[in-house]
Every structure is written in structure tokens, then in C-alpha cells.
Design a protein around this ligand. Structure first.
Ligand code: 4AD
Ligand code: MG
Length: 433
């Protein structure tokens, strides 16, 4: 096959003949001219076919070519100041590989239910393609961050014997003679074991929550990255989360600033304000902030999506809320020695109303205290014996957190709902395509 040029690299071909391979995004015709919008996964370019410059068959093929047909276009790359990419293609030959009329997604407004049903095709739109690219950049920035700071990537199992984040949101799977297994809610407990082996570990994988939540922030399957560090306390954990988030936002803005503005109309200046230090407030102070807006919340209440939105709208950068009531938190949190009513945990709330993107904290490292918590939460002690062992053989203070990839994509891209942040979202009412 002839060498294919990608639209992303078109500037290097200025004035030369190029072969593009892609799909027909849109078309406009006026008598002896066809204007084809061709996309190839790296960009979109206008290809101009003039009847006098192409073989008759090519002109006829362009006339008939349906939306999203796969196409091959040859032509001369020419500067064009009106083009968003600065170039267009003056076509010398054109061919359709395959295509059929009736592409379901038309260049008009469709309902989101319809688009979700067509997710396998919807991904081809400029907006969805960009979201996929930003998601990729976020994942790469996450890995680069930890890989360049001495962390070891450790994979946690997806099939697990017990709950990590509470028994009410577990998906059950039949498991041979052993009865049942559960899809993991978090790799944290395994991350803790790994941290005792490598010092600084991170787990990165899919996690599952059978939550009966139909909010714009909940998926039943989502990706979470979970660093876990030996000899780290809550303050150190907050320093790590803050530094990490600043770096991810910086990396994404550096590679996608123009597209974020032009395709998603994202206010990139708001992202540029994400710098250190993030405000750190206690849960108790957070409750006072929210009460001042006239909200009837009281100490001991959970911060739901609405309350988080009220709170994070008061700050121009992410805010860290620490020391939640221990009653509200999972069994593994260490309590504050100065006030055992509160847990040494932290949530990071993204600005502009996006809410919690990170949850984490310092872990209970005392054997007897942890054992008592497991019993108090009615969790099966035998399933946690290995976890207790970590407090028996060289226990150390340690801490970590989990960052949800989809909520981070939603925030950075400025998307209202997490359903557009993952290629094929899984939600309570959606398992297809
Ligand atoms: O706050 P969570 O439940 O914390 C944990 O699972 C800890 N074990 C993490 C740790 O310390 N290693 O979840 C962490 C993050 C949330 O802040 C949120 O970003 C995301 O995971 N998350 C969800 N994202 C989408 N849909 C859901 N249902 C989510 N539940 C949590
Ligand atoms: Mg949480």
C-alpha cells in the first residue's frame, strides 16, 4: 500500500501530493465541486474535488458517497487560512472502500438515550474522539507521575473474597466449589500488602460498585488508580494527592489546550488556576461552610453530591476535606489520636461543582484495633486474616488514596455526566452496547 499521511501531520506535506485514508464525516456539493470533510482519527480536513481535476468515476463516487463511508483520497496539500487546521486537500483521485446510506447519527441534535444506544458509532464524533484522547492523556499522566517517582505498579485481583468499601455495593459472581466471589470495589487492601513489599506501590484497574445510584457521578464499573505508601501519614498523603492532581491537569492542558477550547468549549483558564496549595479544611469546617448557605445539614451527615457541589463552588481550585466522622467511613481508617470520633481520611473535591474525585487516608496499623473494627462492621474475620497479618509482621504507618478516572475526565473536559468519560459506560440501567 502507498504511504498514508495522517491529518495530524499534514503541515509537513505542504505543497506535496498526499494519500489520506479515513471516513467521510460530511459533504457539501455545488454543481462541479464537492467539499468533503474527511476524518482519519487524528483530525478532520476539507477535501475539495473539482470535476475538471479528477477522473469521472472519482467525481461520481464522491457524489454518491454516504456519511461515514470508508474512503481513500489523493490530492495536493494546500494552505488555507480559513481552515481550522490551516490546510485543505485539492483532490486528484477519490475512492470509496465501503459505505451504506442511513448512518444513524445525523448532523443534528439527537437525544442522549439514542446516542448511548449508538455508542459504538457515537465514538466517531469529534467531541467523543477528543474525550477518548483526553482520557488517554490522563491515564498516561497518572502512570508517568508514579513511574517517575519510584512507585511500582502492582495489579490487584478483580475477583475477591470479601468487601473493601462496604458490603451493600458488591457484585456477586458464582465461583466453583468455593461458593461465591465478588468483583473488586477497590484494590486498596492488596495495595497495602504491596506497599509493605516495595515501599511505594500503585494499583490501577477497573473497580465495580453495585450502587443503586443514578446520579451523574456514578458508574457501576469505573477505573481507579490507588497509590499506597509505607511510612506516610495523612498530611503526607494530602501532599501527594495535591502534587499529583496539579501534575495531571498541567499535562492535559499542555497537550490539549486548543481542542479543549474549540471542541468542548472548556474554560481552560479555570484549569490553569489548579495550583498548590489546595485549601485543606476539616469535615467540621465543611459542615459550617454548607450551613452558612442556609442548608440544613448537621454534623454526622454524609456530604452527598449536592452538598459537595455547594462546597467546592466556594473555591477556585480543588479543596481537601479531611477528618470525617469515623462512623461514616470504612473499617480500615485510622482514627485521629487527638479526637477518635474522626477518621484520618481525606476527600478531594474538584472545583466548578464536580465534587469528589479522590478518597483516601491513613490506615489503621494496630492489630487489635483493626481486628475490633472488622468485627464491629460484621465482616468475616477469616477473609481478612491475611490483611491483619500486615499489622502483625512489621506494621508501619501507611496511607494512600484512590482517584476515579471518569470523574477526573468529567472535570477536566467539563462534562456534565460521567457517561461520556468512558468508551462503553456501565450504569444501573445500561449494559449495552
Ligand atoms: O472514595 P472511594 O470509595 O475510596 C476507595 O475506594 C478507597 N479504597 C481508595 C483508596 O484509598 N485506595 O473511591 C475513590 C474514588 C472516588 O473519589 C471517585 O473518584 C471514584 O473513586 N468513584 C467512582 N467513580 C465513578 N462511579 C462510582 N460509582 C464511583 N465510586 C467511587
Ligand atoms: Mg469516597
Amino acid at each position: 500500500m502507498d504511504r498514508q499521511v495522517y491529518i495530524r501531520d499534514i503541515a509537513a506535506e505542504d505543497g506535496r501530493e498526499a494519500l489520506l485514508r479515513g471516513w467521510l464525516y460530511g459533504k457539501r456539493s455545488s454543481g462541479k465541486l464537492h467539499f468533503l470533510q474527511v476524518r482519519d482519527g487524528t483530525g478532520l480536513i476539507q477535501c475539495v474535488l473539482s470535476k475538471k481535476d479528477v477522473p469521472e468515476a472519482a467525481f461520481a463516487a464522491a457524489d454518491k458517497a454516504p456519511q461515514e463511508a470508508s474512503v481513500e483520497v489523493r490530492g495536493k496539500v494546500a494552505k488555507d487560512p480559513r481552515s481550522p487546521i490551516g490546510y485543505e486537500l485539492h483532490v486528484t483521485d477519490f475512492r470509496v472502500l465501503q459505505g451504506e446510506a442511513g448512518y444513524p447519527i445525523q448532523p443534528k441534535e439527537h437525544g442522549v438515550g439514542f446516542l448511548q444506544e449508538q455508542r459504538h458509532l457515537w465514538l466517531r464524533s469529534s467531541r467523543q474522539r477528543l474525550i477518548l484522547a483526553v482520557r488517554h492523556s490522563i491515564i498516561k499522566a497518572i502512570r508517568d507521575y508514579f513511574d517517575s517517582r519510584g512507585f511500582t505498579l502492582v495489579d490487584a485481583p478483580i475477583l475477591t473474597p470479601a468487601a473493601c468499601e462496604g458490603t451493600s455495593t458488591l457484585f456477586e459472581v458464582p465461583y466453583f466449589d468455593l461458593g461465591k466471589a465478588f468483583l473488586t470495589q477497590s484494590g486498596q487492601l492488596y495495595g497495602e500488602a504491596a506497599a509493605m513489599a516495595v515501599g511505594k506501590a500503585y494499583v490501577f484497574g477497573p473497580t465495580f460498585r453495585a450502587e443503586k445510584s443514578k446520579t451523574r457521578r456514578h458508574l457501576t464499573e469505573f477505573w481507579m488508580v490507588e497509590p499506597e505508601v509505607a511510612y506516610l501519614d495523612l498530611d503526607g498523603d494530602m501532599d501527594l494527592a495535591e502534587d499529583f492532581i496539579v501534575e495531571i491537569v498541567r499535562a492535559v492542558v499542555a497537550s490539549h489546550e486548543q481542542e479543549l477550547k474549540s471542541i468542548l468549549e472548556r474554560d481552560v483558564e479555570a484549569l490553569k488556576r489548579v495550583c498548590k496549595p489546595f485549601p485543606r479544611i476539616t469535615y467540621t469546617e465543611a459542615i459550617e461552610y454548607i450551613q452558612k448557605t442556609g442548608h440544613p445539614i448537621k454534623w454526622g451527615d454524609d456530604l452527598g453530591g449536592d452538598e459537595e457541589t455547594i462546597l467546592c463552588k466556594q473555591f477556585d481550585r480543588p479543596v481537601m476535606v479531611h477528618r470525617y466522622p469515623a462512623e461514616m467511613k470504612a473499617f480500615y481508617f485510622k482514627k485521629d489520636p487527638k479526637d477518635p470520633k474522626v477518621a484520618l481520611g481525606v476527600d478531594v473535591l474538584a472545583p466548578e461543582g464536580y465534587g469528589e474525585i479522590v478518597g483516601g487516608g491513613q490506615r489503621e496499623d494496630d492489630y487489635a484495633t483493626l481486628k475490633a473494627e472488622i468485627e464491629k462492621h460484621n465482616l468475616p474475620l477469616d477473609a481478612f486474616q491475611w490483611y491483619l497479618d500486615l499489622r502483625k509482621y512489621g506494621s508501619v504507618p501507611h496511607a494512600g488514596f484512590g482517584l476515579g478516572v471518569e470523574r477526573t475526565v468529567a472535570w477536566i473536559c467539563g462534562l456534565h455526566h460521567v457517561r461520556e468519560t468512558i468508551p462503553f459506560p456501565r450504569m444501573m440501567e445500561r449494559l449495552t452496547p
